[in-house]
Design a protein around this ligand. Structure first.
Ligand SMILES: [Zn+2]
Length: 135
């Protein structure tokens, strides 16, 4: 049962939802690609405590992009043997587009991992300072 809960928390982060309550959004708006909210407006957990914590999400994003690009290159080379120039243009473009589009989801996944390891929790005086309680 605990494994299902952990998987659910990881899924919430991947879907850009607060891993603590599942109601708050990690990013506000569809076009806000790179700036994550500081805290959840519902349960007031702080998503990242220190600058540089986003490096975990960036690492997930880059590693997954490289695995997919290099793996995709070898699979398409073995299956269809397209010209090298086509392969390079396609997989470099895929790599760049994937990194931009998956960035928020990788950050969300990292916030969930931080939550599962005890790094995401409310500030002690969060409700006194925010004034944005949406309950
Ligand atoms: Zn929340």
């Amino acid at each position: 049962m605990k494994g299902i809960t952990a998987l659910h928390k990881l899924l919430l982060g991947l879907l850009l939802r607060c891993p603590n309550c599942g109601r708050g959004r990690l990013f506000d708006g569809l076009f806000n690609l790179f700036r994550m909210e500081a805290t959840c407006p519902y349960c007031h957990v702080r998503y990242e405590r220190q600058s540089g914590e986003s490096i975990g999400g960036t690492l997930i994003n880059l590693c997954l992009a490289e695995v997919l690009s290099v793996g995709g290159y070898f699979v398409t080379q073995a299956a269809f043997a397209p010209p090298l120039a086509f392969q390079l243009v396609f997989w470099i473009t895929f790599n760049i587009v994937f990194i931009v589009l998956f960035y928020r989801h990788a950050r969300g996944l990292w916030v969930s991992i931080a939550y599962l390891t005890g790094g995401v929790y409310p500030d002690p005086d969060a409700r006194q300072h925010t004034g944005t309680d949406k309950r």
